[in-house]
Design a protein around this ligand. Structure first.
Ligand code: DP6
Length: 326
């Protein structure tokens, strides 16, 4: 018997100022604040149905039944929703991404944002955006930034209540394109959750974190003023700082492939020659190449010529997580 059924869509996001390391790993209270842009065109769609006859939660992601740690994560979020709503039925979850999973494009962000919205709606709850962001954060930190639309800031906070994300500019505010150069579609050897736990083993993490408010302010200003040159500098610095922490953790995390570095050098050369373009890299080998949208075709064409680039995805600023017809 079906007792509640909802479907939601959310976009992944690319962080301009990165989340890396937690003050509280259980609640995912981050070591520092972060800023990102939602990625239109890329999405996760998730359907949640609470069914009185199910013996346990049933989770299908990209047409595959999920068990193990991925299942536990979804089950933990559904437990939270059951607790808030007072429901006790198990749920059937069917989730589909339209982009490659676990290749440095944060699928957990769109996945947990869509799951949080679909599950709460199916349970009969109507959370406001901040509460939905808090809930999504407990599933995957960066998911809290996929709840609001456009350009988004995650206020780190120091408690469940104070740690959530909000929009700092609408998608229409600034037409930027993220040209994602996919150099590998394989699963990453160490996922973000395990990576966050290693951040404090790097001697560089403390200075990366203590300098974060300064970088956040520069990034906010650059977005507000649509100053691409300022954005480019702070985005590349922040990505390099995070990768410096990753590379100097124990054990060391080295996500880059040879093609990753090829693209970094190419982007630097293009910017030197006057093109407004910059790079940022998450916990994987793919390179997110950002530019004002009017340069996107030209940049994608250039990226296509780089050896090792398997495919290019591109996305402009995306909207908030939203409900669909079930
Ligand atoms: C490198 O949000 O994927 O993409 O909370 O463990 O799911 P979990 O981690 P996750 O971490 C994202 C790390 C990053 C940087 C960022 O998106 O800010």
């Amino acid at each position: 018997m079906t007792v509640g059924n909802s479907r939601a869509l959310a976009h992944p996001n690319i962080a301009f100022i990165k989340y890396w390391g937690n003050k509280d790993p259980q609640l995912r209270i981050p070591a520092n604040g972060s800023i990102s842009m939602n990625l239109a065109g890329l999405h996760t769609q998730t359907q949640v149905t609470f069914e009185a006859t199910l013996p346990s939660d049933h989770v299908v992601i990209n047409d595959r039944r999920v068990t193990g740690p991925a299942y536990e994560r979804v089950n933990a979020l559904l437990d939270r929703v059951r607790k808030i709503s007072g429901r006790d039925e198990f749920a059937r979850v069917i989730s589909q991404n339209n982009f490659p999973t676990a290749a440095g494009i944060a699928s957990s962000a769109s996945a947990f944002a869509a799951l949080s919205l679909a599950a709460t709606a199916a349970a009969g709850l109507e959370l406001d955006q901040a509460d939905l962001s808090r809930l999504a954060r407990t599933g995957s930190g960066s998911a809290c930034r996929s709840v609001p639309g456009g350009y988004v800031e995650w206020q780190p906070g120091d408690s469940h209540e104070s740690s959530y994300a909000f929009s700092i500019a609408a998608p229409e505010h600034w037409a930027l394109t993220d040209c994602i150069a996919v150099v590998s579609r394989t699963h990453k050897p160490v996922g973000s959750s395990a990576g966050h736990d290693l951040a404090d083993t790097s001697p560089f993490q403390a200075s990366r974190v203590s300098d974060a408010p300064r970088r956040l302010e520069i990034c906010r200003q650059a977005i507000r003023q649509k100053d691409f040159e300022a954005l480019a500098k702070i985005v590349e610095l922040d990505s390099n700082l995070m990768h410096a922490v990753m590379m100097t953790s124990s054990p060391a995390l080295l996500y880059w492939q040879p093609a990753t570095l090829e693209i970094i050098h190419a982007v630097q050369a293009w910017r030197k020659s006057g093109k407004p373009v910059c790079y940022t890299i998450d916990a994987g080998p793919n390179v997110h190449v950002l530019c004002p949208s009017e340069f996107a075709e030209e940049i994608k064409e250039e990226l296509n010529h780089i050896k090792g680039v398997e495919m290019i995805l591109s996305a402009e600023p995306g909207g908030p997580a939203g409900l669909l017809e079930p």
